[in-house]
Structures are given as structure tokens and as C-alpha cells.
Design a protein around this ligand. Sequence first.
Ligand code: RM4
Ligand code: MN
Ligand code: MN
Length: 431
Amino acid sequence: MTGFSISEDFLQSENAPRKSALDEDYTALSRSLARRGIDSEALTRSVMAFGVAIPTWGVGSGGTRFARFPGPGEPRHLFDKLEDCATIHHLARATPTLSPHFPWDATSDYAALREIATGYGLSFDAVNSNTFQDQPGQAHSYKFGSLCHVDRAVRAQAIAHNIDCITIGRQLGSRALTVWIADGSNFAGQSNLTEALDRYLESMAEIYAALPADWRVFLEHKLYEPAFYSTVISDWGTSLAAAQELGPKAQCLVDLGHHAPNVNIEQIVARLIRFGKLGGFHFNDSKYGDDDLDAGSVEPFRLFLVFNELIDAERRGAKGFAPAYMLDQSHNVTDPIESLLQSAIELQRAYAQALIVDRPALAAAQAANDALGAHLELKRAFTTDVSPILAMARLRAGGAIAPIEIYRASGYRKQKVSERPQVTGTSAGIV
Ligand code: RM4
Ligand code: MN
Ligand code: MN
């Protein structure tokens, strides 16, 4: 890091006074878990191995459709973003990967970028294309769509951009491309619903053909956008059908906010796993729709139920099961670093809780049609406070016992305010 970073000495001096309370809590929890036949050491190791990618834009402030209120000392460019991502990983040890978006993260030397990231202990997960905004100097506009546009030239431009993303991703060591398109229509009758999907499949087939042998492409569905009447890849059904038609390297990505309210997302996850087509997740939370709230902040039980399906799949060795995890949320009123720290911890919490479900007991209750008994097995895991396991996992991995408290005490943000004079029109964050 060129600027201020949280030193090892500082971290240790902050962890030290918290250590004996943690040891006590960890021992007490280990004993109570042991009575349930759960090995807390194995659980801690599993949590230590869990990681979720940060989208590079996530460390900037987001906004609503009406305004963006930039946070103090927010990143001005890609290298500031990397610095913030490194700080998050340093403290929580749960975010070892980055998920870049292009052209937002475009730079002239990707080998150098990869080297800097490696220096921070970070590597690259799925790359994301962006054909939902026009870029300066672009030949064709995406106003009426990209991969599904009626004009072949616009589609060709969008296809070429996705292929560029693969080329960049190869240099970064990534092995997947996530494609989310805003294509759709604003009025009934505006678009031929069948032909729009045909054009998507045709465009995606060209992108698919450019995938290296060990790459996957993730198709991200989304029900709506403001002012939309229809989106082309509206739901998991369309996404699954498209992934099946494209071939084995195509899988579906579930963004938790991209469904109608109250849809049973955990069941969608189970269905996609069943067909070997679950590619990964964009984690966030929502109250109404694509709110992009912090993961686990509104419906932690739903998050747990999603992880319950993931552990169930892992335990039975489901075919083609290797989901990629990314956070995809917008931080409007919080320090994005704090939100991302907390969100990564909430994912680990749901993961740990899903790991301690007594699966034989659950299966027995299900087989006996003991509806409440089965439910209580899940509730027993969900209501277990696994915080000491999570804190111990962080500590053993070299992180912070209390990441947000320690982050605040470090004065990191204050330092960045002076190091990063505010630039107007910064691209950090999305509106
Ligand atoms: C979309 C979708 C994509 C994300 C963009 C910024 O709603 O979730 O995954 O890349 O927002
Ligand atoms: Mn998303
Ligand atoms: Mn979204």
C-alpha cells in the first residue's frame, strides 16, 4: 500500500485485550456443540476456508435513482479500490477475491494489476461485463438493448465487449464471466418477446464459443428494472433454459434481489443444483425488490435457508456443484468498508449455522412426516449463536476479533480523507 494501512502491530494490540473473553466464549460454545456431536474445531476450519468476492465498485458509495452522496475519502480509482478491498480482507479474512466490472475497472496493464492484487493477498473471481450503460466514444448506444438489440451491429458490439472481458479475465487469472443485461422492453408490444430471446441465445452462443476450456459463464436473471415492462432474462426458468441450450459451461447466477417479493429463493437454488446449473450468487438483502441492502440485514433466516441447500448439496456431492460467491449490494449511508465487513461475516454466519444442522435427524424427521420436528432441527441450528466460532476463525487466519470496532479505532477512513482529495464525478459506486 502506498498510503496508510492498518498495521499488524495495531491489529494485535487491539486483539490482545479481547482474546480472553473470546477464549471463554469459544470454550463454552465448543462444549455445548460437543453435546450435539459437533466438533467446533472442524467448524472453525470450515469457516476459515469460506470466502466471498467483493465487487470492486462496492467499496465506493452507491446511490438511489435520484442521488449519490459520496462518502469521505472514497476510492478515486481502481488502485484505491484495491487498497480498500485489501483492508477488508485483512480484518475479516473472508474476502480473498475480487470480482471486477468492465469497463469500470479498465486499466492499461492487467499483469501489473494482478501483481498488485497478489501483493495484497487477493486474487480475481468472475469478471462482469457491462452492456447496460453507454461508454464515452462508443459507436452504438445500448438505449434499446445490447445482446438482444434488434440491430445486429449493436449486438456485435456487446458480444465483442464480453469477449474482451474474457481476454482481460484470463490475464487476471479469473475463470468465469458473469453476464447481466438490462435488455427488455418498456411497453407492451414494444418487443417481440420470442425474437428478443432468440437474439440473446444467438449472441450468447458467440460469447460461449470464446470461453477457454476451463471457464464458465454465469447467466444472471432479473425480473425488472424501473420503468420496465419486461426483461429478456427475467427469471430462473429462462436462465436455466438458456444455460441448458448453451452447454455445460453455462450456469445460472442467483442474485438474491432479482426476484418477485416472497419468492422461495432457497427452492430455486435447490432446483438449479438439481440440474447441475447453479453457477453462483450475488449476495445482498432486500425488502421489496432489487434494494441491494446489506446481506443478512433484513432476512437472515432466508440467507440461512439458502446456505442450508448449499450444504445439503455439498454433503451429497451434487454434480457440477461449485458455486461462486460475490457480494452485490449498494452502500448509500454507511461506510462501504464497514458494510462489506459485516456482510461477509453474515455470510459466514449463515454458512456455519447451515453446517451445524443435524442432517441425519432432519432426514429422519422428514421421513417420519414430522413437520414440526424437521422445522425445529433447522431452527436449532439457526438460533445457535456461532459468533465465537466466527471470531476465532478470523483470529486464527490473522484477522480481527472485532473487525468493525478495530477498523473504527484505526482511523483508516480519516487517513484516506487526507490521502484521497475528493474528485468530482468519481466513478466509484453506482447510482
Ligand atoms: C444489476 C445486477 C448486476 C450488477 C449491476 C451493477 O442489478 O445485479 O449483477 O453488476 O446491477
Ligand atoms: Mn447482481
Ligand atoms: Mn442487482
